[in-house]
Design a protein around this ligand. Structure first.
Ligand code: P53
Length: 478
């Protein structure tokens, strides 16, 4: 048997990319709502162009997304039909605390997620809950400058207290911050950060990161106090970096690129700032301001497990000429000539998943959880044999099969301790990077386009039936 008994199989979503209902149930506005689809998105999510509210010129796909706020029963039933034993989802902070700084939580928001968790439990699906998946109440952005302000720690603590208490017994697996390292690459999306002319952006990012790291440690503390059964994980946007050549400076460049991301997990898992980070922050004069007790908190409340997303490996060079050819989306990277890429230019590298699993297990020696992986592609809806609409998505099946095989090798041949696998976007949803609907990951097709047209009807793709078998056979039949 390759995967352990009780291995958790499922899919992962994020509130703002699927719920919609952006102003219902007393929900407040969040940074993720005001990020439009289209050419301005990159500038907005990276904090370069301030967009603090909706305007008439842009379309904001997260306002309605795929309307899971109203359709979650139908969608969870479809997940159950595939045999999911876990469903990773996130809580929209501004449903629970619409402004973020209230004393008391919003009952309608708390009730909504209680209903969702009960619906999961009805089918024996374990919820895995991301406390913040890129979202921050807009009021905290405007009034406090979001995570650059230390007061965010106590607002986040209030959120944790409210949800850990309310969902005690319903939820056991928690992730503190989705892709915590994205704060460096897309600071408005990752942490609500915007910058003024002349500010030291890097300093602000690391100060905000320090606040998140302390908040994450506090979340672990509270979670364990409220219920010793709770398991808390960190979450990294992973994908190992390869040197462009075996020239030692390229190897060094790759190592530095990886450390840029590892930094966060080094703190969350080992409980201290790693020596290389201390040296660098000091040398650049951007050491975060810390308060008494911060370092003790970080040391004492490390995570129970390490989770990560894996879409592709990366590639780095020390040669400025070579670096001129870097292609950017969020994680700018050199092209790897040995790998094919998706329609969005993301390299496809199953072996890279095995490498990443091993690198993380060697480094942290804690249980791992693959909480995102998948292929964003253009799908064509056609009429299936039974007369129902479907998508013949063999390309997606191939991507997932190869990645699950690589994961199996890491478990059976390398001895990596793996808790589960939640592929990204089991139902088509709004893309975080581009805001498109056209970039689809799902086993379930949603009838909606980039401009918001469509019936929102759900259709099972070919991969739906494939994944059902994968789960049934615990990863034996691929
Ligand atoms: P989209 C960039 C690189 C790696 C992971 O991404 C990323 C991003 C953001 O684009 O984000 C994660 O939708 C994230 C999800 C996101 C998913 O990857 O741009 O946790 O919210 O949807 C896929 O194709």
């Amino acid at each position: 048997m390759a995967f352990r008994k009780g291995f958790l199989w499922g899919g992962a979503t994020a509130a703002n990319q699927c719920e919609g209902g952006f102003s219902e149930g007393g929900r407040g506005l969040a940074n993720v709502d005001v990020s439009p689809v289209g050419s301005d998105r990159m500038a907005v999510i990276s904090g370069k162009k301030k967009m603090f509210d909706f305007d008439d010129e842009h379309f904001y796909p997260s306002k309605d997304a795929i309307d899971m706020y109203h359709r979650y029963k139908e969608d969870i039933r479809l997940f159950a039909e595939m045999g999911f034993t876990v469903y990773r989802m996130s809580i929209a902070w501004s449903r629970i605390f619409p402004h973020g700084d209230e004393k008391e939580p919003n009952e309608a928001g708390l009730q909504f997620y209680e209903d969702v968790f009960r619906e999961c439990r009805k089918y024996g699906i374990e919820p895995l809950v991301t406390i913040t998946h890129f979202d921050c109440p807009m009021h905290l952005v405007r009034e406090y400058g979001a995570w650059r302000n230390r007061r965010l720690i106590s607002f986040y603590e209030n959120l944790c207290n409210a949800i850990f208490r309310r969902y005690k017994g319903l939820v056991k697996y928690w992730l503190t911050f989705n892709e915590i390292n994205v704060i460096l690459e897309a600071p408005f999306m990752g942490a609500g950060l915007c910058f003024e002319e002349g500010e030291n952006e890097k300093q602000i990012k690391y100060q905000a990161a320090h606040h998140e790291l302390v908040a994450s440690a506090l979340a672990t503390k509270i979670a364990h106090e409220v219920d010793p059964e709770n398991k808390v994980g960190c979450m990294l946007a992973a994908g190992n970096t390869y040197p462009h050549t075996c020239q030692p400076n390229d190897v060094w460049a790759a190592m530095c690129a990886d450390r840029r991301s590892y930094f966060f997990i080094d703190v969350q898992s080992h409980g201290e700032y790693p020596p290389y980070a201390l040296k660098q922050l000091e040398a650049e004069g951007i050491m975060p301001v810390m308060e008494d007790g911060d370092l003790e908190l970080l040391k004492k409340y490390t995570v129970d497990f390490v989770s990560f997303s894996y879409y592709n490996s990366r590639c780095a060079s020390a040669d400025p000429k070579v670096n001129e050819t870097i292609e950017g989306n969020i994680f700018a990277s050199l092209k790897n000539p040995y790998l094919k890429a998706s329609e969005w230019g993301w390299p496809i590298d199953p072996m890279g998943l095995r490498i990443t699993l091993n690198a993380l297990y060697d480094r942290y020696r804690k249980p791992l959880f693959v909480v995102e992986n998948g292929l964003g592609a253009v799908d064509e809806l056609v009429e299936g044999e039974n007369g129902e609409m479907t998508v013949i998505d063999d390309y997606r099946i191939e991507y997932m099969r190869d990645h699950i095989k690589a994961m199996r090798d890491a478990v059976t041949e390398d001895g990596v301790d793996l808790l589960g696998y939640t592929m990204w976007g089991p139902i088509d949803l709004v893309s975080a990077g581009t805001g498109e609907m056209k970039k689809r990951y799902g086993f379930i097709y949603v009838d909606r386009d980039n401009d918001g047209n469509g019936t929102l009807a759900r259709y099972r793709k070919k991969s739906f039936w494939w994944y059902k078998k994968v789960i049934e056979s615990n990863g034996e039949i691929l």
